[in-house]
Design a protein. Structure first.
Length: 248
């Protein structure tokens, strides 16, 4: 009798264990594996296109779970590339799988003017007397003295990216970084275009500390005889500066 009782207990435990395993497996079947679209750019991530020429988008190759997906890719921005206007143009390629999950890659097309041979590449210092801030148009030198952080803003660089296109490490001329002492995250980086008539226009800008850019740059001019750059800028609709930079 004792043997029969022990056997019955073992059998009951086995049934419970089996049932418990089945419950776990039932829960696991509620999950499934999803594959994202794999997108591979054809051509370069950043493409330089001379002004007035033809741009041929090399596109992407796309696969989903090893199968070709290229024909189902959505392309945005390609029609906005204007080869007759210098500037930066972004193209985005995206694909959505059957579960609704998306993936995307981007390319930047840079239209530049190869006829521009002049260069503003180099290191500049802010003209502290001529550069002015705000509606009162007080010079940078007055603010520098008041904040006590610097008497001269230096190290403003322009680097050539393509003929006529230059990257600047701080279009603010050191205002937030050097005068206010906020640090390099508050440099207004950006790209500008030097035109054949030596005027300067803004292409793009970005300040990491606040995550946005300039409203505009106007009256930008490069003087090749003196090596001086000047322009007026607006930021956040309420900050205005008249910048004058002298080449070192």
């Amino acid at each position: 009798m004792k043997k029969i009782f022990l056997y019955s207990m073992m059998l009951g435990m086995s049934v419970l264990g089996f049932t418990s395993c089945n419950d776990d497996e039932d829960q696991l079947t509620d999950s499934r594996l999803t594959y994202y679209v794999n997108l591979e750019l054809q051509g370069d991530e950043m493409m330089l296109v001379p002004l007035g020429t033809t741009f041929n988008d090399p596109g992407v190759k796309a696969t989903l779970a090893g199968e070709d997906f290229t024909s189902r890719v959505t392309v945005s921005g390609a029609d906005d590339v204007d080869v007759n206007t210098v500037g930066f143009y972004d193209i985005t390629y995206s694909g959505v799988n059957d579960d609704g999950f998306s993936a995307s890659v981007s390319r930047t097309v840079v239209v530049y003017d190869p006829s521009v041979t002049a260069t503003i590449e180099g290191t500049y210092s802010t003209d502290m007397a001529a550069t002015k801030y705000g509606a009162a148009k007080n010079p940078f030198s007055a603010y520098a003295a008041a904040y006590g952080n610097t008497s001269q803003c230096v190290g403003i660089t322009f680097s050539q990216f393509a003929p006529g296109i230059f990257y600047c490490n701080d279009l603010f001329g050191g205002w937030y970084d050097q005068i206010r002492g906020y640090g390099a995250n508050y440099d207004m980086t950006g790209y500008v275009c030097l035109n054949p008539d030596n005027t300067i226009t803004l292409l793009s800008s970005y300040i990491k500390g606040w995550g946005d850019g300039l409203d505009y740059i106007e009256d930008g001019v490069y003087n090749p005889e003196t090596g001086q750059i000047s322009y007026s800028l607006s930021y956040a609709g309420q900050i205005f500066m008249d910048m004058v930079l002298n080449k070192d």
